[in-house]
Design a protein. Structure first.
Length: 240
């Protein structure tokens, strides 16, 4: 089950399927993609992807669903497309996305984490990319994101060995950006800090990070906005 709820300026998308260790089945991928599409239409300042189940982020794709792909050739591209709709939708969100990883994060769940802008690892976070254990591959776009984030050598280590990486190691190699005792509260604090800034400026900055505007039109136009005038006046007032 995927739960999406608004908390002030933050939209939280959370896994809540305790009996299956938050494994994502076909309906789960669809629900996740729909929640992400809803986030794209919202005015939220930030999105947090997390778990509502203690002790687990997500076990990745549901193994019972994967088992059907052995004999059902038509289901294989459907699974890939379902997964891509969620992962690419998350990567394309206009606001910052924070992945709060408390507990194990395996397989396809790592692909979701890679689509986030900022990854926070709690004490019990563990990451593993496990397709080699199952005799399958990993989507090309997710392999590219893994290489971009941690480098070819570290990506190869995770993909070829399928061995888990703990929170400290994940932070050291760049898979996680922030190390915290508990990722959930740290993500809430970060989202609040983001929400305190200009929403339009934050979205402009994310667009610039994603694909720099060489013409500079977005940078120039921001100076004409009412938000800039109001925030500049407020900054000057505090400085007096």
């Amino acid at each position: 089950m995927i739960l999406a709820r608004r908390d002030g300026a933050t939209l939280r998308i959370a896994f809540d399927r305790a009996a299956a260790r938050n494994a994502i089945d076909g309906a789960g991928w669809d629900a996740l993609a729909d929640s992400i599409a809803g986030a794209a239409r919202s005015d939220a300042a930030a999105v947090i992807v997390a778990s509502d189940v203690a002790g687990i982020f997500s076990a990745g794709a549901d193994l019972s669903m994967l088992a059907t792909l052995h004999t059902d050739a038509q289901a294989r591209p459907l699974f890939r497309e379902r997964m891509a709709r969620a992962v690419e939708g998350l990567a394309a969100l206009p606001m910052p996305v924070i992945a709060a990883v408390d507990g194990p994060c395996y397989g396809a769940a790592v692909a979701l984490v890679l689509a986030a802008d900022i990854v926070i690892a709690g004490d019990d976070a563990v990451f593993a990319v496990t397709p080699a254990k199952l005799g399958i591959g990993y989507p090309a776009a997710e392999v590219a994101r893994l290489i971009a984030r941690i480098g070819r050598g570290q990506a190869g280590r995770m993909l070829f060995t399928a061995e888990p990486v703990d929170a400290d190691e994940a932070t050291r190699i760049g898979l996680a950006d922030v190390r915290a005792e508990r990722a959930g509260p740290a993500a809430d604090m970060m989202a609040a800090a983001i929400a305190s800034n200009s929403r339009s400026a934050v979205r402009l900055l994310k667009r610039t990070m994603t694909g720099p505007d060489d013409s500079g039109t977005g940078f120039d136009a921001a100076f004409a906005g009412a938000d800039f005038v109001q925030r500049l006046d407020a900054f000057r007032s505090r400085a007096r």
